[in-house]
Design a protein around this ligand. Structure first.
Ligand code: DGL
Length: 257
């Protein structure tokens, strides 16, 4: 098979990276995708960096052995823990994701920019470097959200539990004014509607479209774009041996967000 016709591997600690897969399908409709969710080991965000590195390499090895032409780490946590090491090991396009701080800052709105992400993403060097770049231009605050990924992995995207979780996290900031919320975890776009009910008229930004565009750019530069005129195929795999997780994944792929 010609390399251009090979699939693109996208992975996450679980179902969250489907928010990136959705955008990748829109931006690259003729590509084939293999999506791998490591739900058996989710959440990554409360583990140690070494544990996440090992898990990330296991999935990357699996996808690369399956013959993907490029790899998208659709997980902010895995990106912060392992992207540099992955790029050292594999000579193929590897695209990561990080909290989309730049578009939030450029909105230039009054109030604080809140970055919702996993504890690990917010504690890692990669995020601190990003903060250094923007903290002189805006007031930015990190909001670690342990426990939120678990709810989404369980197929809970709306309702009281999510609502209470978000209210508790965000209410201290509402009275001071929120400039924007950055979703620094690929699971969170699926609870955007619940979030919008609590913080009305606040822009909610995520990096999924930017990541998909970055993927397209990298493939074009490396002459790896699939030039088929047919719609590509999407295969969804998960480390959890449970049909429900595949059902949740398919539901998320269809969900309007
Ligand atoms: N979707 C992952 C991210 O973007 C969630 C990490 C986790 O499993 O805690 O950070």
């Amino acid at each position: 098979m010609e390399i251009q016709n090979k699939p693109i591997g996208i992975f996450d600690s679980g179902v969250g990276g489907i928010s990136v897969l959705k955008q990748a399908i829109k931006v690259l409709p003729n590509e084939n995708f293999i999506y791998y969710g490591d739900s058996k080991n989710a959440p990554y965000g409360t583990k140690t960096v070494d544990e996440v590195k090992t898990l990330t390499f296991n999935v990357a090895d699996y996808l690369i052995n399956s013959g993907v032409k490029a790899l998208v780490v659709a997980c902010n946590t895995a990106t912060s823990a392992a992207i540099n090491d992955l790029r050292k090991k594999y000579k193929m396009p590897i695209i990561g994701i990080e909290p989309a701080l730049k578009p939030a800052v450029s909105l230039d709105r009054k109030g604080k920019i809140l970055i919702m992400a996993t504890p690990m993403t917010l504690a890692e060097k990669k995020f601190h470097n990003l903060m250094k770049k923007y903290e002189i231009k805006a007031e930015i605050e990190s909001l670690p959200c342990p426990g939120l990924v678990e709810l989404i992995e369980d197929g809970i995207f709306t309702g009281e539990e999510i609502n209470l979780y978000l209210k508790e996290k965000l209410s201290p900031y509402i009275k001071y004014g929120i400039a924007a919320i950055v979703l620094g975890c690929t699971h969170y776009p699926f609870i955007k509607r619940e979030l919008a009910k609590i913080v009305k008229d606040v822009p909610i930004i995520d990096g999924s479209l930017g990541t998909a565009k970055q993927l397209r750019k990298k493939l074009a530069v490396m002459k790896l774009l699939n030039n088929s005129s047919e719609k590509g195929k999407v295969e969804i795999l998960n480390s959890l041996d449970d049909t429900r997780i595949i059902e949740i994944s398919n539901m998320l792929l269809e969900m309007d967000i």
